[in-house]
Structures are given as C-alpha cells and as structure tokens.
Ligand binder design. Structure first.
Ligand code: URA
Length: 282
C-alpha cells in the first residue's frame, strides 16, 4: 500500500471510529462491530466492499461524497438557491414545514445518522414567526426530546426571548444540523452541507423578518463567511430576504456570563428593528 493510500485509509478508519464503528474487517473476513445502529454496517460495507486481504489489492477506497475535503469557503444561504419569488400563505406554512420534515424522514444522508443519534431535531415554534433563531446542532437533551434548545443553553435562550418581550412559542428555532454531533463537536462542513438544504427550506417557508445567528457556526453557514464573531456582531446582514443579526451562542454565555451584556446589546438591536419593548420588571 502506498503511503498516501495508507494515510487515507487511516483517516477513514479514524473517522468511522469517531462515529462508533469499531472495526471494519479482519483479514479476508468482514467483521463489522458497530456500537451505534445497524445501518452503519451499510456505510462501512459501501466503503470497503471487498473483504480481500489488504496486501493483495490496492486500497482505493471509494470516497463517499460526505468525506470530501472540507469546503474552504462555504457558500451563504443566499448563494445556495434563488430567493423565493412568493410567500407561502400563512395558513399553509405549518403543512409546508411538515412536508419538509417528511422529506427528511429517518434521514441517513450524512454520517451523523450513524453517530448515536436518537431523534432528528427538525425545528420548533411558530410557522409564522417574525423572528427565527438558528443554533449549531442538537445537544444531548435535544437529541433525547427531538426539540431544539431544551437543555441548559435552551433555558438561557428562553430567558433571552422573554427579555425581548416575546414568548418562545412566538419565535421559530432551528439549527444548522438536525442530528447531534458526537460529543457535541462542531458539525463537519460535509454534514452541514448535506443538512442545510432543509433549514433553507424552513427559512423560505417561515420567511421571518429577522434571523438571529447564535454563535460562529450558525453565522458561518448562513452567511458563508469565515469571520470572527466580534466582526460580525453589531451590524445587520441579510439572509433569505430577512435581516440577520449575529450574537453569542447561549452555551458560550453559560461558560462566560460576562458576555451576557454584549449579547443583550445584540438583542436590543433586534428589538429596535422589530419594534419590541422589554417587559416591565415587576
Ligand atoms: N445548542 C445548539 O446549537 N442547538 C441546540 O438545539 C441546543 C444546543
């Protein structure tokens, strides 16, 4: 095996190990030990179809699309597809969102399907929301319940929404990826690349006036720019016909509560745009 092929093979094995696929084969005899769910076997077999001894054939692993090298500069949501020419009527938005959810089905389009996922976290909230929050990806609590932002970061997000004078049921909440990345790691570009087509459809159905990108991952994929959060905060961007503001991810604010004041400035910018008033304290 050439050095390059060996390196490539090692990279694949590491990658799948990360997903819970423990062993691909022993010499001549396929052995798939999968910690998570059965379909991982299908992925492993697609990669290493022939169980021949390694030394007797060149390893030319068929490179699945989702293992393509990370995209250097992700494209923005506005570049992904033309903006919708018309609005979905308010009375049809819930059904339109359901149709997207059904299209996703029991998704196996990317490796996160085999990484111990319990529930696909589609999104939640008012199909007619004026305001949409976009996070990074589900954590453990979201994966269990199938709803976005229901863990500790979700409680903080609920408080942020309430401080803006809104109820959680009034806004729409979704994530860049719909399945939990193992150990809450940042989604791989290839995973986000597969998944964002559905978030894009959700945005085009809800058509909020304002989108708030929660954290760097959401900003990166929505805007297609790799820039620091500090350079993106404090001014307006656009995304799918909505005005888009960037703020800190609630999980970051839990780790560094001193930044809550800065996040509040971002939310106040949104409130001014939407004509919202903070509720009177009492
Ligand atoms: N963090 C996110 O980015 N999204 C969630 O849904 C929960 C935590």
């Amino acid at each position: 095996m050439t050095g390059e092929a060996e390196q490539q093979l090692r990279a694949y094995v590491e990658y799948f190990r990360d997903l819970g696929v423990r062993e691909f084969y022993r010499r001549g005899e396929p052995v798939f030990a999968v910690e998570t769910v059965a379909p991982a076997v299908a992925v492993a077999s697609a990669l290493f179809a022939a169980p021949e001894p390694v030394a007797e054939r060149p390893i030319v692993a068929r490179k699945p699309d989702f293992l393509e090298p990370p995209i250097a500069n992700p494209v923005s949501f506005d570049q992904l597809a033309p903006l919708p020419k018309s609005r979905v009527p308010a009375s049809e938005k819930a059904a339109a969102l359901l149709a997207v959810q059904q299209e996703i089905g029991d998704c196996t389009r990317c490796p996160l399907a085999y990484a111990g996922r319990r529930k696909i976290v589609f999104g939640d909230g008012n199909p007619n929301a004026r305001l949409m929050f976009v996070g990074e990806g589900p954590g453990a609590d979201e994966d269990t319940q199938g709803l976005p932002f229901v863990g500790k970061a979700g409680q903080l997000l609920n408080n942020m929404i309430a401080a803006m004078g809104l109820k959680r049921e009034e806004v729409y909440i979704a994530n860049i990826v719909k399945c939990r990345p193992p150990n809450n790691r940042v989604p791989e570009p290839a995973e986000a690349g597969v998944c964002t087509q559905f978030l894009l459809q959700q945005m085009d159905i809800v058509q909020p006036e304002v989108v708030v990108a929660l954290g760097a991952t959401a900003a990166l994929y929505l805007l297609g720019v790799k820039r620091s959060l500090s350079s993106l905060r404090g001014h307006w961007h656009t995304c799918r016909g909505a005005k888009l503001a960037v703020t800190y991810h609630p999980a970051f604010l839990l780790r560094d509560p001193r930044q809550k004041g800065e996040a509040w400035k971002d939310l106040q910018m949104v409130m001014a745009e939407m004509g919202l008033k903070a509720p009177a304290k009492g």
